[in-house]
Ligand binder design. Structure first.
Ligand SMILES: Cc1cc2nc3c(=O)[nH]c(=O)nc-3n(C[C@H](O)[C@H](O)[C@H](O)COP(=O)(O)OP(=O)(O)OC[C@H]3O[C@@H](n4cnc5c(N)ncnc54)[C@H](O)[C@@H]3O)c2cc1C
Ligand code: SF4
Length: 442
């Protein structure tokens, strides 16, 4: 029998660049004026500047350039869809190979984290207090930027560990837990108080927060994976819990021999990868639309295909079959695509008489996340179920700001966008708390 060691099969996929590799890569950069790679980065990291600093051996300076624009630079170096962003825009991409910007960013940021070096200091105290709800990339960035500006910041996080999906949700092959936790500690060292196992609406009251703090930033992300609404649902494994167990408790993760993964976004690709690498003989992704409509990034899709994952497109699960409490199959129906639905994609319709059973002993659902329900509880205006904010990230309640996945009514949610929201919201909060008008209104 093959013995699987999760710490090996789920370890970070790309090795770090060696000093020599980093130098060679940095010297390939053309240091473009008005660089397209910087424009393509949602946090606008000055990419030629940080690469030039690597080329000249100034790694602390390089990390500072990255972290000035993106406080979660070590996470983003690993999880950003660089093919779609900076590397996709690199002028060398058309005829040569684009610069490996993500890996160079990882090289520079790892250098400071591995040595426990801090590149920023807390600012001079302003006497103003800000509460941040949720310690994911958006909340940590907002908290860190506010601390750099001298505000007293307390982050309240409902989970045991801070870091949000960087800690619990992003597959270890892309980002090990240690990288996310090192960023949490960096934010703590900026003077931010992070209180975990504190959940707004459960053991933390909204009234208390509003009274005790001058401003609030909500960065609560999204909710659980929605229900499939099919018979046998109780046998289905939640995709986010599956990934979390693979990251934090891999020896306790049970993986079937034949696994069906429902959904075709990046979370589904991650679940399928984990199942395959943890020893499943057959992993089948089941998706009701076609290959063209799937939301996973193309590079993620080709990655899982290389891992040996199979795909059943135009297939809708209708029932989870089990015998004696054990899953034995997924009843499915074939689909055909019709007119576009509210999402703008062709609506799938069942084909009469096309039912079949996909044999499997585990079903994992990865069909997105619920909208943030807290918005209604707090009486905030929403847009398509997400918290509505203005250009300053302020919600319908004065001095209550929000950012990250919980406001992402448009476009795909990603870590780098959450970081940019957190940073811009911090600047807006700072302007509000230090302007004579904003301060006088307190
Ligand atoms: C499986 C998966 C894989 C992904 N892979 C990638 C990837 O490779 N690249 C990429 O760019 N993006 C990826 N994403 C998206 C990315 O993780 C998110 O866009 C990003 O984490 C959003 O950050 P956030 O701070 O808004 O929310 P989150 O990271 O979700 O953090 C929200 C935090 O708020 C806390 N919280 C919620 N409610 C409360 C409350 N009431 N009180 C206190 N705390 C609360 C939560 O516990 C959590 O820690 C992935 C997402 C998933 C689900
Ligand atoms: S576009 Fe490419 S070559 Fe130009 S600065 Fe950016 S990484 Fe360097």
């Amino acid at each position: 029998m093959q013995i699987i060691k999760p710490e090996e099969v789920l370890a970070e996929y790309l090795p770090p660049l060696t000093d020599h590799e980093a130098l060679v890569e940095a010297h390939r950069c053309l240091y473009c004026y008005d660089a397209p790679c910087t424009h393509a980065c949602p946090t606008h990291i000055d990419i030629p500047k940080f690469i030039k600093k690597i080329a000249s051996g100034n790694l602390v300076g390089s990390a500072r350039t990255i972290l000035e624009a993106n406080l979660m630079g070590a996470t983003c170096a690993r999880v950003c869809p660089v093919e779609e962003l900076c590397e996709g825009a690199c002028v060398l991409g058309a005829e040569h190979r684009p610069i490996a910007i993500g890996r160079l960013q990882r090289y520079a940021t790892d250098y400071v984290y591995e040595r426990g070096m801090d590149v920023f200091k807390p600012g001079s105290p302003t006497g103003r207090k800000v509460a941040v709800i949720g310690a994911g990339p958006a909340g940590l960035t907002c908290a860190g930027e506010l601390a750099k500006l001298g505000h007293s910041v307390t982050v309240f996080e409902k989970r045991e560990l801070a870091g949000g999906l960087s800690t619990y949700g992003i597959i270890g092959l892309r980002e090990p837990v240690g990288v996310a936790l090192a960023e949490v500690e960096m934010v703590r060292r900026l003077g931010v108080t992070i209180k975990t196992q504190m959940e707004l609406g459960r053991n933390l009251s909204w009234e208390e927060v509003r009274v005790q703090f001058d401003a609030v930033f909500l960065s609560i992300g999204l909710g659980a994976v929605p229900a499939l609404g099919i018979p046998g649902e109780e046998q289905v494994v939640d995709g986010l819990e599956f990934i979390e167990a693979a990251k934090l408790n891999p020896y306790r993760l049970w993986v079937g021999r034949q696994v069906a993964v429902i959904g075709a976004g990046n979370t589904a690709m991650d679940c399928a990868t984990i199942a395959k690498r943890m020893g499943a003989e057959r992993v089948t992704v089941v998706y009701r639309r076609s290959e063209k409509e799937m939301t996973a990034y193309p590079h993620e899709y080709s990655f899982v295909k290389n891992e040996g994952v199979e795909f059943r497109f135009l297939t809708q699960p209708v029932e989870v079959l089990s015998e004696g409490g054990q899953v034995v199959g997924l009843r499915c129906v074939r689909m055909a695509l019709g007119e576009p639905d509210a999402s703008g994609r062709p609506a799938p319709r069942p084909v009469a008489g096309s039912e079949f059973v996909l044999p499997c002993d585990q079903v994992v659902k990865a069909i997105g996340q619920e909208k943030p329900t807290l918005a209604q509880v707090l009486g905030l205006q929403t847009e398509k179920g997400y918290i509505k904010v203005n250009d300053d990230f302020e919600t319908s309640l004065p001095k209550v700001y929000a950012g990250g996945d919980c406001v992402r009514a448009k476009g795909a949610a990603s870590t780098v966008m959450a970081v940019q929201d957190g940073k811009m919201a911090a600047f807006a909060i700072h302007r509000r708390l230090t302007s004579s008008v904003g301060a006088a209104a307190d």
